[in-house]
Design a protein. Structure first.
Length: 154
């Protein structure tokens, strides 16, 4: 009897090669996003400078248009600090619109935590940050606007 030689399946090799390439590309994209460094917000020119309460009202009047206008833009907001919350490795400063309880929350960059810790509720403040956009909570009936990479604007 002659031994039968198994014929390799070329399609299996192609599929495994394609999967390997996809995994490598996705790993590279993940690494790029996870290690992306941002410029210090303090040194970036702001696209908009507004009063914080007017900013909240703009989101309340037309959430979609305000999100399109401000999301991922550097914005300077001036207002009165309503509260300060310590989070894991950051500090959040809140400005609340008293009539509706809608609010803006600013998460500070690591290098600006020291100056943010000197802020107290009731202080008049100017903050520069990257707007992450706003959402409306049907349950709480408030608009919440988030900022990342914030710094005190002096």
């Amino acid at each position: 009897m002659t031994g039968q030689v198994k014929k390799k399946k070329p399609w299996l090799k192609r599929i495994l090669t394609a999967v390997l390439i996809i995994v490598i590309v996705l790993g590279g994209v993940y690494w790029y996003v996870a290690t992306e460094k941002f410029s210090d917000t303090k040194g970036i020119k702001a696209g908009y400078t507004l009063n914080a309460l007017d900013f909240i009202h703009e989101f309340q009047q037309n959430l979609k248009a305000a999100n399109e206008k401000y999301t991922d833009k550097i914005v300077v907001l001036n207002g009165i600090v309503s509260g300060i919350e310590a989070a894991d490795t950051t500090l959040n400063i809140k400005i609340i619109e008293p009539a509706t309880s809608s609010y803006i929350i600013f998460a500070f960059q690591q290098q600006h935590l020291g100056e943010a810790k000197s802020v107290k509720p009731g202080d008049s403040i100017s903050i520069k940050g990257s707007c992450s956009g706003g959402i409306y909570s049907e349950i709480l009936e408030v608009t919440a606007i988030n900022f990342k990479r914030s710094a005190l604007n002096k």
